[in-house]
Ligand binder design. Structure first.
Ligand code: WT7
Length: 678
């Protein structure tokens, strides 16, 4: 793909970063003088107390950095209070419910600004002033309910206004939120709630996603049925009429306890810049998910600044990020970034393919969305449904299209650009991670041409480097290697919650002095980066991040499985799907892993068909449906090195149909397994 796209004149003429010189100058300044660069940006925020120093990063190699130390603030003051006077009546959020007809309309009945037109979605609009009032009300309530600064609150809740307001209310009073994506199971909720010693859980009786009803409360009940002793109260939002069990003394309906008396201002808790703001669990290459910790000051400045510059956000934009708040994308670019930037943004409860694949375009037309931000997996789904859906709607309000989650292949990129954007909206592919808090690499379309499939160049303050296999920096302009970051940036995670050493151990120890992203990348002669994906054992399934070890551990915990190896297989829509090899043991004789080749459990018999389904369901139950393998393949042995390490490299080749070229297999201790596998 040699084509390059420079934004049109209309876009360039109003862009913040409107020339390559400007990008280069600002980028150079951000590296040469980070204190000056970020200090100047930070001046635009409201601080209760100014910082002593912008950056004290002498301990970067230890994973210890501080931004704006000495400063005090509350992020919600920056999201809300500071706009009250001048744009209190500006629309902050446009919320749209999941369903057409009864469910959606029922939700909005009586609510201010509800649109109940026939067949149309229920929509509720909130001005900055209204969001302020809601957040204050919930903040006052939470304080009265016993929530204190530093308390951990787990959220397992739908994309509805109450959820967003409660998250912001936590930040208002200094409580630390920990959002758990609705696709995880009760077991996963339990693990996370225990790990962070949550005192409270926020959920809803049910969630609505497309045709599905998600039994959120039921999953929380399962999570709390054993263990989780730290959890004292569960707040239940009433999203539907569904009856759920309420445990006396523990479970409370939100609408029964949040009374009018809580209306009125809520004094913001004044936080230190490096106080925790939230925890978000994410999967790594080994063991259990890690609680990524973000703090108040640096995260605030970074989330706002990345959004402003990367998406060129202006006062009259309508921004729609389609992510779920269960992911960092939802935190930075639905909850915090848009409010910090004073923009209008859309929050959508449902799925982009419901009631049909035209939903997104219908919403773009109705809400006059100007910046649309979604994931390649969804772009591929919508592309497959054909051009009639986007062509049937007026998409002329769009001026920029964003992408996130995995590399976007040139073909869907071009469809997005040509069919959705009519060749007039730059496609900005944003590369970043839960750990980075905000964008790390993304193109500035008015500064230099975008290449479909490339994530462009580093954001301000980010110094990416590529390391070769020996761990040496590749300093020539072109190269291919491990993507590392050489210095800290304000939005960087500050630690793994509850484990002081883990941050250094996981991200800074294999290649000392660098932050390890876990991704591979190529840099071309223009300095544009092409992310190739994870080089560690982490999968990206429909943009959801999962560790192979996590899934393997679950499979092995099943009574019939003695060994398991999980690899990703390329998938047209999901990017990657989960392929699991399992070695079964006979529970009664327990032949163990060394009995490779002796067991007769493999093969396509009806019996293994049942066990395959059982194992798939088991993984879904233990981790969540996002982790459900597409294929379970029962084999009698796995390829291993002499020291007993599973050679996943070989398994990857096999599932990709590349068995002719297995590469160097001299380390393989049991070549006999290949015959069966291939
Ligand atoms: C991993 C981080 C950042 C929000 C969503 C995912 C992959 C993310 C891109 C992109 C290529 C990407 C990487 C990264 N990734 N965006 N634009 N191009 N790869 O957050 O769950 O923390 O996952 O997603 O592999 O390491 P996450």
């Amino acid at each position: 793909m040699n084509k390059k796209f420079l934004a049109g004149e209309k876009f360039v003429s109003q862009a913040y970063i409107d020339s390559e010189e400007k990008y280069k100058k600002m980028y150079a300044e951000s590296l040469d003088n980070p204190d000056g660069f970020w200090g100047k940006i930070a001046e635009e925020f409201v601080w209760s107390k100014k910082w002593d120093s912008v950056l004290s990063e002498e301990d970067f190699v230890e994973g210890k950095v501080k931004w704006f130390s000495g400063a005090e603030l509350n992020i919600t003051v920056n999201c809300l209070d500071r706009y009250l006077e001048e744009k209190g009546d500006k629309m902050a959020y446009i919320w749209e419910g999941n369903g057409s007809g009864a469910e959606g309309a029922g939700r909005a009945e009586g609510a201010e600004g509800a649109e109940g037109a026939e067949g149309q979605e229920a929509v509720i609009r909130f001005t900055y002033k209204q969001v302020y009032e809601e957040v204050c009300k919930y903040g006052n309530f939470l304080r009265d309910f016993g929530v204190k600064k530093g308390d951990k609150i787990c959220f397992y809740a739908p994309m509805i206004p109450e959820t967003i307001f409660l998250l912001l209310a936590c930040a208002r009073i200094g409580a630390i939120h920990n959002v758990i994506f609705g696709g995880y199971s009760g077991k996963s909720i339990q693990e996370r709630a225990e790990d962070c010693s949550a005192r409270f859980v926020v959920t809803a009786n049910e969630g609505l996603r497309g045709k599905k009803k998600i039994p959120l409360k039921e999953a929380v009940d399962e999570a709390l049925s054993e263990g989780c002793n730290s959890v004292e109260k569960v707040l239940v939002i009433r999203r539907t009429d569904a009856e759920v069990k309420m445990k006396e003394g523990r479970d409370v309906w939100l609408d029964e306890v949040v009374k009018d008396e809580y209306a009125g201002d809520c004094e913001p808790e004044i936080m230190k810049a490096e106080d925790p703001l939230f925890i978000l669990y994410t999967s790594g290459s080994t063991g259990k998910p890690k609680g990524v910790l973000h703090t108040c000051g640096g995260y605030m400045v970074y989330a706002a600044t990345t959004l402003k510059y990367a998406f060129d956000v202006k006062d009259d934009d309508v921004f729609w990020c389609t992510a779920d708040i269960g992911w960092i994308t939802g935190h930075s670019y639905i909850v915090y970034g848009p409010l910090l930037s004073g923009t209008t943004s859309v929050i959508f409860e449902g799925v982009l393919t419901y009631p049909d694949a035209g939903r997104s375009w219908d919403m773009v037309e109705r809400h006059k969305v100007s910046i649309f931000y979604t994931a390649p997996t969804l772009i591929r789904v919508l592309q497959k449904e054909g051009d009639d859906f986007p062509n049937g709607k007026d998409l002329s309000s769009l001026r920029l299209l964003g992408s996130v989650g995995e590399p976007i292949n040139p073909d869907p990129w071009l469809w997005y650009y040509n069919v959705v954007g009519k060749g007039e909206c730059p496609v900005v592919d944003t590369y970043w991670q839960t750990e980075t808090g905000g964008f790390v690499i993304m193109p500035f379309p008015a500064a230099y041409p975008i290449k479909p499939g490339s994530a462009g160049r580093p954001f301000f303050g980010i110094e990416p480097v590529l390391l070769d296999n020996e761990g040496k920096e590749i300093n020539e302009s072109e190269g291919n290697g491990r993507l590392m970051i050489k210095r800290s940036w304000p939005g960087m995670m500050r630690g793994v919650y509850g484990n002081a050493n883990k941050f250094k151990e996981k991200y800074f120890s294999r290649f000392p002095g660098y932050y390890e992203t876990g991704d591979g990348a190529r840099r071309d002669k223009d300095g544009d980066f092409w992310i190739s994906g994870r080089i560690d054992d982490v999968l990206s399934v429909a943009g959801h991040r999962l560790g192979t070890a996590e899934i393997e551990n679950v499979l092995v915990s099943h009574e019939t499985v003695v060994e398991a190896a999980v690899v990703g297989v390329p998938d047209e829509i999901k990017g990657e799907s989960i392929y699991a090899f399992v070695v079964m043991g006979n529970p009664s004789t327990s032949s163990g892993p060394s009995g490779s080749g002796t067991s007769g459990t493999s093969g396509g018999s009806g019996k293994s068909g049942t066990i395959e389904k059982e194992l798939k369901d088991y993984v879904a139950e233990e981790i969540g449906h996002v982790a459900k393998p597409s294929v379970i393949r029962v084999v009698s042995g796995l390829p291993k090195t002499r020291s007993g390490k599973i050679m996943r490299r070989i398994l990857k080749k096999i599932v990709r149909g590349e068995s002719e070229d297995l590469g160097d297999i001299s380390a393989l201790a049991n070549p006999e397994v290949l015959e069966e596998l291939v």
